[in-house]
Design a protein around this ligand. Structure first.
Ligand code: NAD
Length: 351
């Protein structure tokens, strides 16, 4: 099985190296025969090729069985005409990686909430408030005059229907409870369309409970009673914000895995950003990308009938839990002393 590895910016190369340490150990133990092909994206590619997204990258993705994508420092990129391309956004739209699946759970001794939390956020990621993916041509953000800036939000029935279906399918393997997050009290048409499609899909899944919660109240409920949520279904920006909140509540932004999953391709991508404030210091917690890679293996197990990948995914998740259970084996974000490399070595050893 060939995986394309794109380390990205900031802490990307460090957490990618850590993830490969764990994947290589899993490949040996479970006879996965994984091979890795690395390519530069982000600032490394900008320096070498004049663009953060080198030509032919989408073709390389298509030839692979899956992708491991490190975080990208898009905020610091030059404008598009000077080579600053948001690789992650292009992947989501051009490869139709429409479902961003982001689980977050507390572990014994870790977590910033009063009760255990174990939920998964299912986030649409090809449209919504993200102006860079809303137009056939041009940008969804524009300035009619120097002191007026406008942004267009796109919500389609097709995208709402398929992300809702993904959430309900996931809920069948969990507690059969979907919470749809919205702001239909203000954005009546866009959020109304989202809710209509969610209710239509819900009608096909009679055994699954559907709850609807307004986004602002949702942030309070998530802090107050996180244990009451199971699958949280959201449009693009709400899902993005809620998932950072949920992973920090679970202990740290560096803890929660995440995949971009289409119907034909899956990309493991850490939930957090490039963390420029700690880049290059061997301080980052690589758990998010390690668990994202485990989720990619789980996806390969299901879609490509690769049973051993499923076993390896379970073992990686258990090894991460085992290492995190020991306060002495945690990284700095969790109050521990281990560096990125040493943490990865401990997870590989625990496999
Ligand atoms: P961030 O997620 O990079 O960092 C927020 C805070 O969390 C920082 O204090 C950081 O040190 C900490 N943190 C993040 N990941 C960590 C980890 N694995 N271990 C320990 N601490 C960790 O958010 P930001 O600083 O707002 O964004 C930095 C850049 O990342 C921006 O250019 C932004 O656009 C980009 N970004 C990229 C992605 C992505 O590629 N998927 C996602 C979000 C943000």
């Amino acid at each position: 099985m060939k995986l394309l590895v794109l380390p990205g910016d900031g802490i990307g190369p460090e957490i990618t190296e850590a993830t490969l340490t764990v994947l290589e150990a899993a490949s040996r133990l479970f006879k996965l025969d994984l091979s890795f092909e690395e390519q530069k994206v982000g600032f490394a590619a900008l320096k070498a090729h004049g663009t953060t997204m080198p030509d032919g990258l989408l073709g390389r993705v298509a030839e692979s069985d899956g992708v491991i994508l490190g975080p990208l420092d898009q905020l610091a990129y030059p404008p598009r005409e000077k080579g600053g391309v948001n690789v992650s956004a292009v992947f989501r739209v051009k490869l139709d990686l429409y479902a961003n699946i982001r689980p977050a759970r507390t572990r014994p001794g870790l977590g910033k909430v009063k009760e255990p939390m174990d939920l998964v956020i299912v986030r649409e990621c090809t449209e919504g408030f993200y102006a860079d993916r809303n137009m056939y041509q041009g940008s969804g953000e524009f300035m009619p005059t120097p002191d007026v800036a406008m942004s267009i939000r796109k919500v389609t029935a097709h995208a709402c229907e398929r992300i809702a279906r993904r959430a309900f399918e996931i809920s069948l393997k969990r507690k059969k409870h979907v919470t749809a997050v919205h702001k239909a009290n203000v954005l009546r048409m866009t959020e109304g369309l989202f809710l209509d499609k969610v209710r239509e899909v819900a009608a096909e899944f009679r055994g699954v409970k559907l709850e609807e919660v307004i986004i602002d109240a949702m942030t309070a409920h998530l802090v107050r009673t996180p244990g009451r949520f199971d699958v949280v279904l959201a449009t693009n920006m709400y899902g993005d914000i809620l998932s950072d909140l949920a992973s920090e509540l679970s202990g740290s932004l560096g803890l929660a895995g995440s995949v971009l999953a289409g119907d034909a391709l899956c990309c493991a991508q850490a939930q957090h950003g490039s963390a420029p404030d700690i880049a290059g210091q061997d301080k980052a917690n690589p758990t998010s990308l390690i668990l994202s890679a485990a989720m990619l293996l789980e996806w390969l197990a299901e879609r490509k009938k690769a049973k051993a990948c499923g076993k390896a995914a379970e073992a990686i998740s258990a090894a991460v839990d085992k290492v995190l259970a020991d306060p002495k084996k945690r990284t700095a974000d969790l109050g521990g002393k281990l560096g990125t490399r040493a943490f990865a070595a401990a997870v590989a050893a625990a496999l």
